[in-house]
Design a protein around this ligand. Structure first.
Ligand code: MG
Length: 376
């Protein structure tokens, strides 16, 4: 009797297991079919960032920055992206609309084919790097959300190793500069735009109110290599830690000479757009400034980080004025950077996302999946 009862019990358990397995299998098959029947859907809308302060560069001043906000929908998951288009780089709401209208993501039903999809985006048209980045970022956000992990984790980067971000002090009258330095109390490193005849005055003004480290961005403004070297020696005395794009990006010889002789590291920014430029920067600069809007997005940026690392070039992660969307995307790479210039979202008054924050001057990654943002 006992063995018969055992047999019946085992048989019914097995039958139950089969039912569960059958249901489980059919549910999985249903889910896979549902995923396969989904296509990637791209949508986008123009948005204008309002800057807290007038932003002054060597050649222009402005109070707004046009951006394009993108979304890629896959089933009920949405990835967010952004193109930031400061006017001097040539992209605009019009060019981004024209480019994004040509991107046909509905030909793809597997978002995990990141390489293939991003390669396709690159073939849609030449240039349009910010618009391309907006699709690449949204795709990364989507894939991270599908995996359920932020990209710094997927890439294996330690969030504890994020650097401090620099905070840009714009060119202005001494009283205003002093006030801006006081407002920047939270930040551990200040960034100053040089390349005008008031360079020394600007540094002296900042030094009259703080002894924090300063990094300088010359934006190709220095014309004579010996004068540039003399200036770098003076800057080193003043506690400057590196010099970004000292001379014309086309002048490889003078930039290389300067780097060889400079007591401070030099960083190529305008000279370094995409992956191929990293190789060209070797021997010309001490490091490179990687920006998603220059290189077309997170996929290329991460490859640039690896290549720079292999070539012994220092890595800096930079940004444009951007919402927390593009800033949080760039911040995923920041544990691999020696320096970060990710103050873009701090300079605007109408951010619509929250994600990466700056805590006590340090880039602080959100643990949310994808690029780690949510809509405010
Ligand atoms: Mg720069």
């Amino acid at each position: 009797m006992d063995s018969r009862r055992d047999f019946i019990k085992k048989a019914s358990l097995l039958a139950g297991a089969a039912v569960v397995a059958g249901n489980g299998a059919s549910i999985t098959k249903f889910a896979i079919n549902k995923m396969n029947s989904n296509k990637l859907k791209l949508s986008f809308r123009p948005y204008t960032l309002e800057l807290k302060h007038v932003f002054t560069l060597a050649t222009s001043s402005r109070t707004t920055t046009p951006v394009m906000l993108t979304e890629i929908q896959f089933g009920d998951v949405t990835g967010y992206g952004e193109a930031s288009m400061p006017p001097y780089l040539g992209e605009s709401h019009e060019t981004a609309t024209a480019f994004l209208s040509k991107v046909k993501l509905d030909q793809f039903s597997d978002p995990f084919k990141l390489e293939e999809i991003v390669d396709y985006i690159d073939t849609v048209d030449t240039g349009n790097y910010a618009a391309k980045a907006s699709v690449d970022i949204a795709l990364h956000d989507l894939v991270g959300k599908l995996i359920g992990q932020p990209w710094y984790k997927i890439w294996g980067y330690d969030p504890a190793k994020t650097p401090n971000t620099s905070f840009t002090i714009g060119i202005d009258k001494p009283e205003v500069v002093k006030e801006k330095v006081r407002e920047a109390a939270e930040y551990k490193i200040l960034k100053v735009k040089l390349g005008r005849d008031t360079d020394k005055e600007m540094i002296e003004t900042i030094r009259s109110v703080t002894d924090k480290p300063i990094c300088v961005d010359v934006n190709q403004g220095w014309k004579d290599k010996q004068a540039a070297l003399d200036m770098i020696h003076w800057l080193k005395e003043k506690g400057v830690v590196f010099v970004e794009q000292p001379m014309d990006k086309k002048n490889l010889d003078d930039n290389a000479w300067l780097t060889q002789n400079s007591p401070l590291p030099t960083i190529g920014d305008e000279a370094v757009q995409g992956l191929a430029d990293v190789l060209k920067a070797k021997g010309v600069y001490s490091g490179i400034n990687i920006k998603l809007m220059k290189c077309g997005g997170m996929r290329t940026a991460n490859k640039m980080v690896s290549l720079a690392d292999g070539l012994g070039l220092k890595v800096m992660i930079g940004c444009m004025t951007e919402t927390s969307c593009a800033i949080s995307a760039a911040a995923q790479l920041s544990p691999m950077a020696l320096w970060a210039d990710l103050d873009g979202a701090l300079l605007i008054s109408n951010d619509i996302y929250k994600g990466t924050t700056i805590t006590d001057g340090k880039v602080t990654l959100s643990s949310l999946p994808g690029i780690g943002i949510e809509k405010i």
